[in-house]
Ligand binder design. Structure first.
Ligand code: DC
Length: 220
């Protein structure tokens, strides 16, 4: 039986940081599902499609072949064979991904891929609908969140450390808008699965959150 770990939560809650550390400690594969939605968004942008053009998105998404490879333990996302890791973290791609991830065809295609990965080996997978839809039978489900102020503050620190000039209030507004879109979309909205454990990391260190999740993995 697979021992999969599902981590869902809003943008900026620290899901990928935590999931990577858990993957290292438990020696399982980390699957970043957001990166798959981002690769699809990049494909659609390259086709000249706008986030609101749902019919075109449904039609064109079938032409995108998204696969995952691991290099030195890092997930590499391939879009029709091209490594797009370095191209999917822009604002433009984030905005497109937020719109195109609400599309049923896009979700169907990527959920299938995610389920195939988790059926092959033990994974820690993060996203928005992992516990509710992709892996309903995951051994451990976590809903990781933090206050908007804390999430915006972390993002602000991250960007200023990279030398980028940004506004904290704009980041806060952006996070609120993304939360609203992710939580109110019709298909697989972001919500806590009934059997998920809620972890609010607002006042917790990374190590404390990692220990809390590992504490739930009773088979280890
Ligand atoms: O986690 P992220 O910011 O990299 O995700 C990018 C976008 O994809 C975001 O708008 C939410 C969406 N997403 C989703 O709908 N379902 C997932 N399982 C993962 C991400």
């Amino acid at each position: 039986m697979n021992h999969n770990i599902a981590i869902d939560g809003p943008a900026g809650a620290g899901k990928s940081t935590i999931a990577k550390k858990i993957a290292e400690k438990l020696r399982v594969i980390y699957v970043d599902t957001g990166a798959m939605y981002r690769a699809m968004a990049l494909f659609l942008l390259r086709q000249g499609i706008d986030p609101g053009e749902s019919e075109k998105i449904s039609e064109k998404c079938e032409e995108a072949e998204i696969t995952i490879r691991y290099e030195n333990g890092e997930q590499v996302v391939l879009l029709n064979g091209e490594n797009v890791n370095a191209l999917i973290r822009t604002e433009e791609v984030s905005n497109m991904a937020s719109g195109s991830s609400a599309n049923p065809q896009v979700r169907k295609k990527l959920v299938r891929l995610q389920q195939e990965l988790a059926a092959r080996e033990d994974v820690v997978m993060d996203g928005r609908d992992i516990g509710t839809c992709v892996l309903p039978d995951a051994a451990v489900k976590v809903y990781l969140t933090a206050s908007v102020a804390v999430r915006a503050g972390r993002r602000y620190e991250e960007l200023t450390a990279k030398g980028e000039v940004c506004s904290l209030s704009e980041i806060e507004r952006d996070i609120e808008e993304r939360d609203r879109r992710d939580m109110t979309r019709e298909i697989s909205p972001l919500r806590q699965a009934e059997d998920a454990v809620l972890i609010d990391s607002s006042d917790m260190s990374i190590g404390e959150v990692v220990d809390a999740v590992i504490g739930l993995c009773v088979w280890k």
